[in-house]
Ligand binder design. Structure first.
Ligand SMILES: Nc1nc2c(ncn2[C@@H]2O[C@H](COP(=O)(O)OP(=O)(O)OP(=O)(O)O)[C@@H](O)[C@H]2O)c(=O)[nH]1
Ligand SMILES: [Mg+2]
Length: 317
């Protein structure tokens, strides 16, 4: 066998969606637990060897809210934007599709190469809803693997997809997230002005500048450029009458709402005969009535039928 190929996969998603369970499934006992540099938040890394690949897996902290930039979110976004893992597995809670898709859209904007683990399918199956995952895959144009992390279902397929993306076997061209004309014009103008190199994706970086993201703005040391950014932000706020971050957030919410409504299907409640009978016969109150009526019917039939048969036999003999 030749040299092992090495790649890095990060697990990202909302809080409590199953990232750590998938991490454990992938890495087993090969784990290193430490802290993120300068932070109290736990960092979990591990690796697995799969078909000649040595895969490093990083379990990113879960994202709780989007209104304020939490430490968890900053760690996750910096890791994805700067360390640029080869593939990001975006773990999505199938029971909260809309909220989770909002985060997916942010990951797309960060230009991460994604494979989506549509997790907790077991719970979805028990719910009143189902998800058309093929349609979702087509809309996002991102590979989707349904998983039940606690049972290890779908985990191998996840790795396979990650490797296909890494090897360029899947053409990776996810849905484009575009804002209104006014925003787009200004983002494109800014991209020309803010031409210095950052490790962040260009479009994302300039959108954050327009939004007034303090952490990102600090990276621009040129007063002149900062003034231009300020001016463009002001213009946009005047046009929309709202802070830009709110406008862009709203657009992403609208999009995740629209996508969700296209793929989330309410199951048709089919009336199952045995369920129906169970309901009648096992009901705590009506059950007694149905029992009495059934017994009555049974005796009635026995006597009626018995009478009939005995009369028939008598006349026969
Ligand atoms: N029924 C079911 N439960 C699951 C599944 N995956 C994860 N869970 C449960 O969901 C809970 C959260 O799982 P974690 O792996 O800790 O979630 P996480 O994304 O790492 O959470 P944070 O680290 O807090 O962001 C646990 O109780 C898991 O047992 C699944 O596919 N089906
Ligand atoms: Mg976790």
């Amino acid at each position: 066998m030749g040299e092992e190929k090495e790649l890095t996969i990060a697990l990202a998603g909302n809080a409590n969606v199953g990232k750590s369970v998938i991490f454990n499934q992938l890495t087993g006992s090969h784990q290193i637990i430490g802290n993120w540099p300068g932070k109290t938040i736990e960092k979990r890394e591990g690796y697995l060897i799969y078909k000649g690949y040595k895969i490093k897996v990083v379990d990113l902290p879960g994202i709780y809210s989007f209104s304020t930039y939490s430490e968890e979110e900053l760690i996750s976004r910096d890791f994805i934007a700067k360390e640029k893992p080869d593939v990001v597995i975006n773990v999505v809670d199938a029971l909260h599709l809309e909220r989770n898709l909002f985060f997916t859209l942010q990951l797309i904007e960060l230009e991460a190469k994604l494979v989506i683990a549509l997790n907790q399918i077991d719970l979805l199956e028990k719910s009143d809803f189902t998800i058309d995952s093929n349609k979702l895959e087509n809309i996002l144009n991102i590979p989707i693997v349904p998983t039940v992390a606690i049972e290890g279902k779908g985990i191998e397929k996840l790795i396979e997809k990650c490797i296909e993306i890494y090897e360029g076997e899947i053409k990776y061209e996810p849905i484009k997230i575009e804002y209104g004309k006014e925003v787009e014009e200004r983002v494109n103008e800014l991209i020309k002005v803010v031409s210095f190199d950052t490790s962040y994706p260009k479009r994302w970086f300039n959108i954050k500048l327009l939004e007034g993201d303090e952490k990102i703005k600090k990276l621009v040391r040129d007063e002149k450029i900062l003034e231009i950014i300020e001016k463009k932000s002001k213009e946009l706020e005047e046009i929309h009458g709202e802070p830009i971050s709110l406008i862009l957030t709203q657009e992403k919410y609208n999009l995740s709402n629209k996508i969700t409504s296209e793929v989330l299907i309410k199951k048709e409640k089919r009336v199952n005969i045995s369920d129906f009978l169970d309901k009648i016969f096992l009901h705590p109150i009506f059950g007694y009535f149905t029992l009495i009526i059934s017994l009555f019917l049974i005796f009635y039939l026995i006597f009626k039928f018995g009478n009939f048969v005995s009369r028939y036999l008598e006349s026969f003999f």
